[in-house]
Design a protein around this ligand. Structure first.
Ligand code: HEM
Length: 151
């Protein structure tokens, strides 16, 4: 596809390829953002599932903001790495799977925020179901991301 080829020829992709340091630093930024994202959503979800007591977890508002910031950094660094080999990544089943899982996990996150808006400590079967789904989806994203390097 033309837009993938254009992305590979872009100044962004050129800058990443030209320097010895830039790609590893962007990759490290991706891993750091993933660490923040997975940690914050896991704390939120384990609290909703009542596996962690309220006193052990920072405020859900703070955790949610950190998670959104981390997702934005992961998306920016991920898209930068994608630009280098856009056609290859776009053709990989595991990369497409990862994007679908990210979309589902983000939708689940927004749904939870909308359904339980204003509730400081949501609980009950629906909240627990969404929290368990969130844990499974983000774990899936993590695994799909790691598998990209091996296909
Ligand atoms: C729109 C968002 C994202 C895009 C476009 C993206 C894209 C990429 C790309 C291109 C790579 C390099 C793969 C390689 O050649 O080895 C990568 C690595 C990876 N991504 Fe993402 N990513 C995104 C978000 C995420 C998120 C949210 C997670 C996890 C929660 C994640 C987990 C990983 C992992 C574990 C790796 C392997 C890192 C390593 O071991 O070096 N990614 N991602």
């Amino acid at each position: 596809m033309e837009w993938l080829a254009a992305l590979e020829q872009s100044r962004l992709a050129g800058a990443l390829k030209a320097s010895f340091y830039v790609y590893p630093l962007i990759n490290a930024g991706h891993v750091l953002a993933i660490g923040f994202l997975v940690t914050t959503v896991t704390l939120i979800d384990l609290r909703v599932l009542a596996i962690l007591p309220a006193r052990a977890v920072p405020s859900a508002t703070l955790l949610r903001r950190l998670a959104i910031g981390a997702l934005l950094v992961a998306a920016a660094t991920g898209l930068s790495m994608f630009a280098i080999r856009a056609s290859d990544y776009a053709a990989m089943g595991v990369f497409r799977l990862k994007l679908v899982l990210i979309a589902l996990a983000a939708f689940n996150f927004v749904l939870f925020a909308v359904l339980f808006r204003g509730r400081s400590d949501p609980s009950g079967p629906l909240a627990a179901g969404l929290a368990a789904t969130s844990l499974a989806l983000w774990l899936g994203v993590l695994l799909a991301g790691r598998f990209i390097a091996f296909v």
